[in-house]
Design a protein around this ligand. Sequence first.
Ligand code: 2DT
Length: 203
Amino acid sequence: SGGSSESRGALVVLEGLDRSGKTSQSSRLLSYLEGLGHSAELWRFLDRSTDVGQMISSYLSNKSQLDDHTIHLLFSANHWEKRSLMETKLKIGTTLIVNHYFYSGVAFSSAKGLGVEWCKALEVGLLAPDLVLYLDIQPEKATERGGYGDERYEQLEFQKKVSQCYQIVDACQPIEDIEKQLFVRRNVCIKNHIKPRSNLTIV
Ligand code: 2DT
């Protein structure tokens, strides 16, 4: 809905485990785009600037306990509360480079045993990315990179589960099965310039 395809910014998402290099790569991508004269911003989820973000932050740093469904709902709320600003920025031509989005929501929560469909359902209606870059790293390798902090999710055993929950699609399956698994399908153009080919779409 809305936003002319010529002028809008692109929604680019970087996904991957902790210490997979999202922050380094996203800031390089930002400089690159700015160097080309694009208007671009770096975002991240969780977004700690809101009340909801603060609740999640305190959960992650073990200052509060929350039921797994509850924390999933909060992460989802954190995506939803940023939706309209995200849409506004994209429509005025700003490209958003976002570290973690609902793919993480689904991967981290389903790694705890929540149903994938239940997790996904809450994200339906959010803006679909134009491009998702998944930085693939073995969880063991990631720990060697300067180690984790003390946040709740920064533990090897848990990260291993999460890495299995990110849905990397096996392209050798029957075509209908692959289609079912592709969470978001988009035509993407990222060469010298990021130029979305279509209007904003919705998950
Ligand atoms: P940092 O933003 O500090 O990397 O930590 N996560 C993220 C979820 O469990 N669900 C979500 O929906 C999102 C966006 C991934 C955020 C941590 O929270 C996890 C890392």
